[in-house]
Design a protein around this ligand. Structure first.
Ligand SMILES: *Cc1c(COP(=O)(O)O)cnc(C)c1O
Length: 362
């Protein structure tokens, strides 16, 4: 079976070297040596001022919302992984869905403007498949209406916009280092911010709000990244450039050979991109599903990321929400989207086979 992705693992010997450090120190978690080293290296690699690693990308989102803090309504995109919408709800906030741009697949600033009420306090945008949002327009809307701006940058590891880290835009950005992402620490994530005041608050929040042995000053949570996760990150970081280069090659083979086949590709606006996913839009839902099923039969497991839209999850219990929120473009893209297999070790031969099969089916 060829899956949509395959987790990057380092040389086992490399990981074992770090395990020796852990065994020697007998510190498994709580701001350990490897965690601090990983944070330093990630800050340098990602060119960000501050970076706080956490247990996973979902807790990063929850802490981002809690730290600012956000109240009331959050304008967000329905074309995303469930964690984006779930974390808004988990924090007791109300998600309000805006439509997306049909070319970039990211939240559409003009749609956001129509959704702002006196209860709105935040925009939670997603750099979908690592493609940067319209950061300038979003910041202008946020400034005009005194809203906070959070980016779910779970897909955007290493991505730059206008030759600057995409993580440096907005109030806070969150990353995911889950096993299926471009860079992984098994499970893991991080928050980045340029706001110095938020740095200490986020560090407190991830460690129960403990400031000293006898003082807890906020009701924090437990979002600490442990040393085994950090060790995995340190190993994987060594191979990241090479892996992104391999992804690029595969991405370009797909595009060069599938283009012109009545397919739609995402319009990438990054100045440096990470080739995290290979999304393709087919003519309609029927064609997309046929291709998905046919490829699955032949052992190729593509994924319909992000179908259904999160606004269509059963727990919203109301099928008219797409219409109510006027999410025509998001709905259209979700019906047509398919993410094809892409990962550093995917052989060119298999990529070519997938292309041949798709071409014969459309
Ligand atoms: C993966 C992902 C997350 C959540 O990250 P986890 O580390 O799995 O908790 C959040 N948002 C998006 C868009 C994602 O793809």
């Amino acid at each position: 079976m060829i899956n949509v992705t395959m987790t990057d693992v380092p040389e086992l010997e490399d990981y074992i070297e770090y395990l020796r450090v852990i065994w020697n120190e007998r510190i498994l978690t709580n701001d350990g040596e490897l965690l601090r080293l990983l944070e330093t290296k990630l800050k340098a690699y990602l060119k960000v001022k501050n970076l706080m690693a956490v247990t996973n990308g979902t807790l990063a989102l929850q802490i981002a919302l809690k730290s600012l803090p956000i109240k009331g309504e959050v304008i967000t995109t329905p074309f995303t992984f469930s964690a984006t919408t779930n974390s808004i709800l988990w924090e007791g906030l109300t998600p309000v869905f805006a439509d997306i741009d049909e070319n970039t697949f990211n939240i559409d600033p003009t749609s956001i403007e129509t959704k702002i009420t006196d209860k709105t306090s935040c925009i939670l945008a997603v750099h979908v498949y690592g493609n940067p949002c319209q950061v300038k327009e979003l910041q202008e809307i946020a400034d005009d209406h005194s809203l906070k701006l959070i980016y779910d940058a779970a897909h955007a590891f290493g991505v730059e916009y206008n030759n600057k880290s995409v993580l440096e835009y907005g109030d806070v950005s969150t990353l995911s280092f889950h096993a299926t992402k471009v860079f992984n620490t098994i499970e893991g994530g991080a928050l980045t911010t340029s706001d110095k005041n938020l740095v200490e608050k986020i560090k407190l929040m991830r460690n129960h709000g403990i400031i000293s042995e006898e003082e807890v000053i906020i009701p924090g949570t437990n979002a600490k990244m442990n040393e085994f996760q950090a060790a995995m990150g340190l190993c994987n970081l060594k191979n990241i450039d090479q892996n992104i280069e391999k992804r690029k090659k595969i991405y370009e083979i797909y595009r060069d050979n599938l283009e012109g086949n009545d397919l739609k590709f995402q319009k990438i606006v990054a100045s440096k991109y990470n080739y995290s996913y290979m999304p393709v839009c087919f003519k309609n839902l029927k064609v997309r599903n046929e291709i998905y099923n046919q490829l699955l039969k032949e052992g190729i497991h593509c994924r319909k990321y992000f179908y259904p839209l999160t606004v269509n999850f059963e727990y919203f219990n109301n099928n008219n929400l797409v219409e109510k929120y006027d999410l025509k473009k998001a709905s259209n893209i979700a019906d047509r989207i398919l993410c094809l297999p892409i990962y550093p070790d995917l052989e060119e031969e298999i990529v070519n086979e997938i292309i041949t099969k798709i071409s014969s089916l459309i």
